[in-house]
Write a protein that binds this ligand. Structure first.
Ligand code: HDD
Length: 750
């Protein structure tokens, strides 16, 4: 008869093996939390107390009280434990929000390895191409509190939990590959300076204030990251359109025991795209949940978010071969020197069931790695490895690793016990090691080659508070970044810096900041100083003239143009051309876009020839003019028809067109709706098709055509030079924005 301990062990292993053996290991996380999920919509499920006793409706409506003989209210009774339970539970609903990255959105998915990296690691998740590993990913902003807006200018968190068969592996990264500081001891200062100022708790979720810039300028090591944060990377269009980076330097160890240094990369399938600043500012108020809704909407519409996963690898013996220190988190490893090997795919295809228990309670730790992956002596990473575990204890309690979203899907067993909210029940006598029950779990099998073993690194040195020499160079890569930007990106950085420094009213701060910009490039410094009233130093650092072709986000366009998941507003009113609207909507939908009808009311809108209330007639408007804004869409389509007369007299519609033009969005107009364009955009350089012509004209991304016979064609392939109206319009959407409007100064003129 097997001992209790053996039975427990068998159970744990069976449960683990059942998941590991299943062909669909990619779903193992979902399978493992199934028993914890309660369907909040189960029919005829009675309301109960937390201890399971059924409640009458009166207990949900009224506190137990005394009512006198005349029906008058008497005192409420403390003896009502049902009411007390409800109020007590409510009083304690809040937990501390994350000290940074408080606002976020998460989703489930999987990681599929496509090419083995067994030459550099023995981590099965990176060597076994037959595997699918379940993941949970949480995206976030850094500075804002949990209720702040999604579209603020900030770094975005990109944290991935891989539930591997050898334990959880967390990459806790950002959408920017470098960091503000080199040493973890400065992290509290950085965050205090960036968060709202302590006297008045202003501003919320913004770096545009004296304290942030004061700290940033007093730390010249922050210069490189400042350039990234002030670039368009700071205002992504979507979480699905950002790169992800592990930022810190980790290590890999292969089967032969050889070690290399590694950086992790995620490259989005849809390319890297951003909002424009005015749009981001407006969205903060108009739709503060823009990014989290975008992620959910794409998954719901069958457009899962996808990234290629890559590694940059430097063998151990080449650690000193570069002009920068490869352990310095304020430096990139230029891809010209160390190419990225793309070896796998990350896919997010399932939204969370409940925000709090999943997105809020998920807890990442940089210290969570699996056999074959290790740490480096990167001084930022070393500090992070301490900080994350620690913060989860304050946030979630000591048993946070047991929470359904955090626990591994592989078997796990050890002698850690008890503590607040422990709920795993481990049978048996053994809660210490070693013990007299030889061979009963948990065991350490001396022959087990899959156990985590630290790399036997030789360490010699003098204990001191110093930095390695190459950590002291702070400007080369900031200049490299600036030089590598396109003209439009340079313009955006200049404007972003001008915005931020204009919000700093302390002249010590903005003058020092302008002086710092001169360490990057004098033309940038001059332009910003001119805008913000700053002064420049007399000693100028020479621009090193270096460039990389992997830093501009324009370099990360999708391989094939696509309009997948792009939101297109189709604005109409009663009297529109039905054939056009139905065929255009169908063509855009078939190409993967999300067209939405915006009308004067959220109800049926009737086409020319139909009268209001016609049975089977009309088209349902998804939204009306008052409840959406142009900022929430990627493009605007104006159908032909007699409805133009009423649209032309609607200020909201004209504003929509002007704002779309100003925010560089493609605009399509057909037939009579050309009149709307003429009214909204009165710029002679923008060519507009004649209402009588059948030839589509694309001028600055305003695509117009007079007439289309038989509605709109199918979009067979999205490509440059498409001559038909919908083809030309779709291609413009695929390029994200019509940059030439901004370059030629047209965007501000409308
Ligand atoms: Fe951090 C959260 C990313 C430096 C301490 N960090 C946090 C999150 C991300 C990052 C994405 C949110 C995770 C989630 O969604 O739950 N942090 C980074 C990156 C860094 C970095 C890319 C630089 C390479 N962080 C850093 C340092 C320290 C911390 C140097 C402390 C010494 N970070 C924390 C934290 C947080 C956190 C206080 C807050 C909530 C949490 O950990 O779980 O421990």
């Amino acid at each position: 008869m097997a001992s209790i301990m053996e039975q427990v062990h068998d159970k744990v292993l069976q449960a683990g093996n059942a998941i590991q053996d299943s062909a669909a290991f990619g779903n193992a996380k979902i399978a493992s939390i199934k028993a914890d999920i309660v369907d909040g919509h189960t029919k005829s499920q009675n309301m109960t107390t937390d201890f399971g006793v059924r409640l009458p409706e009166s207990a949900s409506n009224s506190w137990l009280r005394v009512v006198d003989d005349n029906g008058r209210e008497g005192p409420m009774l403390l003896e009502d434990s049902i009411a007390r339970e409800k109020i007590h539970r409510f009083d304690h609903e809040r937990i501390p929000e994350r000290v940074v990255h408080a606002r976020g959105a998460g989703a489930f998915g999987y990681f599929k390895l496509k090419q083995s990296a067994s030459d550099v690691t023995h981590a099965n998740v990176l060597t076994d191409t037959s595997r699918t590993t379940p993941v949970f990913v949480r995206f976030s902003t850094v500075l804002g509190s949990r209720g702040s807006a999604d579209t603020v200018r900030d770094v975005r968190g990109f944290a991935v939990k891989f539930y591997t068969q050898e334990g959880n592996w967390d990459i806790v990264g950002n959408d920017i590959p470098v960091f503000f500081i080199q040493d973890a001891i400065k992290f509290p200062d950085l965050i205090h300076a960036g968060k709202p100022e302590p006297d008045n708790e202003v501003p919320q979720a913004q770096s545009a204030h004296n304290n942030f810039w004061d700290f940033a300028i007093l730390h010249s090591e922050a210069t490189h990251m400042l350039m990234w944060a002030m670039s368009d990377r700071g205002i992504p269009r979507s979480y699905r359109m950002m790169q992800g980076f592990g930022v810190n330097t980790f290590t890999l160890v292969n089967g032969a025991g050889e070690r290399s240094f590694v950086k992790f990369h995620f490259k989005p399938e849809l390319g890297v795209h951003s909002l424009v600043w005015d749009e981001a500012l407006k969205l903060s108020g108009q739709d503060p949940d823009f990014h989290r809704k975008d992620l959910e909407e794409a998954i719901k519409n069958g457009a899962p978010a996808k990234w290629d996963f890559g590694i940059q690898v430097i063998p151990e013996n080449q650690q000193d071969a570069f002009e920068f220190d490869i352990l310095d988190a304020t430096k990139i490893w230029p891809e010209e020197l160390i190419p990225v090997r793309y070896i796998g795919e990350l896919v997010l295809d399932r939204s969370v069931d409940e925000y709090f228990t999943q997105t809020e309670q998920v807890a990442f730790c940089t210290s969570h790695v699996v056999p074959g992956i290790g740490f480096s002596d990167d001084p930022l990473l070393q500090g992070r490895n301490f900080s994350y575990f620690d913060t989860q204890i304050t946030r979630l309690g000591i048993n946070w690793e047991e929470l359904p979203i955090n626990r591994p899907v592989c078997p796990y067993l050890n002698i850690n016990r008890d503590g607040a909210s422990r709920h795993r029940i481990t049978k048996g006598k053994v809660n210490y090691w070693p013990n007299r029950f030889e061979g009963t779990p948990p065991v350490h099998d001396p022959k087990d080659t899959t156990a985590y073993r630290e790399y036997p690194e030789k360490v010699v040195g003098i204990k001191q508070r110093l930095q390695a020499p190459k950590f002291k160079e702070h400007f080369n890569q900031a200049t490299l970044f600036w030089n590598s930007m396109t003209d439009i990106e340079k313009l955006h950085i200049t404007k972003a810096l001008s915005f931020e420094l204009s919000h700093c009213d302390d002249e010590v701060v903005f003058n020092r900041a302008c002086a710092r910009l001169a360490d990057i490039d004098i033309s940038l410094a001059k332009a910003v100083a001119e805008n913000v009233g700053g002064t420049l130093p007399t000693q100028i650092r020479q621009n090193n003239g270096k460039k990389s072709k992997f830093l501009s986000q324009m370099a990360f366009m999708p391989e094939k143009p696509t309009i997948k998941s792009r939101r297109v507003a189709i604005i109409l009113a009663d009297g529109y051309d039905k054939t056009f609207v139905t065929t255009a909507k169908a063509a855009l939908t078939a190409a993967g876009a999300v067209p939405m009808i915006i009308g004067p009311r959220r109800n049926y809108i009737y086409a020319a020839g139909e009268t209001r209330g016609d049975k089977g007639g009309g088209i349902w408007a998804d939204h009306h003019f008052e409840d959406q804004r142009s900022t929430m869409f990627d493009a605007l389509l104006l159908p032909p028809g007699a409805h133009v007369a009423s649209l032309a007299s609607n200020g909201r519609v004209i504003h929509w067109i002007r704002e779309s033009f100003g925010h560089l969005k493609p605009i399509g107009a057909v037939g009579a709706s050309i009149q709307l364009i003429k009214k909204a955009i009165q710029l002679p350089v923008v060519n507009i098709a004649d209402e009588s012509s059948n030839q589509a004209v694309d001028s600055y991304g305003v695509v117009t055509v007079g007439g289309l016979e038989g509605g709109v064609k199918e979009i067979v392939e999205i490509m440059k030079g498409a001559s038909d109206f919908i083809g030309a319009f779709a291609y413009r959407i695929s390029t994200h924005r019509c940059w030439e409007r901004e370059l030629e100064g047209l965007a501000d003129q409308v």
